[in-house]
Design a protein around this ligand. Structure first.
Ligand code: V47
Length: 378
């Protein structure tokens, strides 16, 4: 039964709405139909309905810091403005002490997560990364270490000749807690060949996440949209994630990532505008509707601006990431958003959208703070 306060202008959405309201799973074709529809308010209503069914108005946020130990990268992905060849201006690699110092900067708001990703460096040994993880854990034992995309795990395996599983096991033993969702881009091979032909393919990306889940590590998933992909490519990507999640239940959150064209080869190859607010909100909503087995959908404000991320909280997203501090990947690609937000700013955005702020750690456990302490409810 369609509720009276749901106005559906695009009639092709009617049977889809019936299924969503009945809690039924949507098909590939239904995903494509939603992407092709312009009835954003109806799509948003349905996504919000699912979000409320799962979380009420609770809206998660976390206090985190990004650490990018190096931007030197052997790959030359056309989508990326972050990676540099070793000796060009702007290339950097942090010595371990520098990485530890950066991690401790602005410690006034005790962070609960370090998000660690970097380029595929030709000369850094796997030991560097193990020492980085060990050193961070020693210095900041309460901070969750979410680090290294599946692409980096694949590269470490290539460097060391260890299997993916062994690489993950060694990082986990050193103190790594979970994996971020980067490097997924778009799984469709024809698109992947153009935008990031140096990266591992879909099969390997999914394999790394499957292995991490088997080792008891949680991971995230992303999709890069707004470049040369079709609606079919996006739905295919989402359904491959949904399929793995059915098997492992190891994904925590999905983060749709809008392509930023500035300073990228892809931006020069095919002239691109930034994605629109309409497109960003639709991608959040479609994800909430198709990924019925993903607990969380994250609005990453760095990527979609704080304004759109706030609205996304009523279009299916239940998580607003994060305090971040010094973001490089999107700012190298022309993002004009700030590089950090305080805890208070996040809370205000969430409250103003009529949602209930809930500070979480990386595993979505409640974090409570007093003037002098941070407690995670286990
Ligand atoms: O994999 C790179 C994307 C990703 C560009 O797991 C670009 O919690 C747009 O994965 N335009 C890295 N996107 C970021 C990422 C992430 C971010 C926030 C939270 C989490 C999480 C993960 O950034 C890359 C790639 O898809 N990216 N260059 C660009 N020019």
């Amino acid at each position: 039964m369609i509720p009276q306060n749901l106005q559906i202008d695009d009639r092709v959405l009617l049977p889809i709405a019936e299924k969503v309201l009945a809690g039924e799973r949507l098909s590939f074709q239904e995903g494509v139909t939603i992407y092709q529809s312009h009835d954003l308010l109806a799509i948003g209503y349905l996504a919000h309905h699912v979000r409320v069914r799962m979380h009420g108005m609770r809206t998660y946020f976390n206090v985190n810091r990004h650490i990018n130990p190096t931007n030197v990268c052997v790959a030359s992905c056309k989508l990326c403005a972050f990676g540099r060849k070793p000796d060009v201006p702007g290339a950097y690699t942090m010595a371990l002490d520098e990485a530890f110092r950066v991690a401790g900067e602005n410690w006034s708001e005790a962070v609960t997560e370090f998000h660690i990703v970097g380029g595929l460096h030709p000369d850094l040994s796997f030991e560097y990364y193990l020492d980085l993880v060990r050193g961070l854990k020693e210095r900041f034992p309460t901070v969750h270490l979410k680090g290294f995309t599946a692409v980096e795990i694949g590269y470490f395996s290539h460097l060391t000749r260890l299997s993916y599983r062994e690489v993950l096991e060694r990082l986990k033993d050193a103190g790594l807690d979970s994996l971020p969702g980067g490097g997924a881009e778009i799984f469709a091979p024809a698109i992947r060949r153009v935008i990031c032909d140096h990266k591992i393919g879909a099969h390997m990306w999914l394999k790394v996440h499957r292995l991490a889940h088997e080792l008891g590590m949680h991971t995230n998933a992303t999709m890069l949209y707004g470049h040369i992909e079709s609606a079919e490519d996006r739905v295919d990507h989402l359904l491959q994630l949904r399929k793995l999640q059915d098997e492992t239940h190891g994904f925590q959150t999905y983060i749709p990532l809008a392509f930023h064209p500035a300073n990228t080869e892809l931006g020069k190859l095919v002239p691109h505008d930034e994605t629109s607010g309409f497109m960003d909100l639709k991608n959040v909503a479609v994800a909430r509707l198709l990924l019925d087995n993903f607990p969380h959908i994250k609005a990453y404000w760095i990527m979609m601006t704080p304004r759109v991320a706030q609205v996304a909280l009523r279009f299916g997203a239940d998580d607003l990431d994060g305090t971040v501090v010094e973001e490089k990947i999107y700012h190298d690609a022309g993002a004009t958003t700030p590089q950090a937000m305080t805890r208070q700013q996040l809370v205000r955005l969430i409250r103003e959208a009529g949602c209930e702020p809930f500070e979480r750690d990386t595993l979505y456990r409640s974090v409570t703070r007093t003037e002098t302490s941070v407690t995670v409810q286990v």
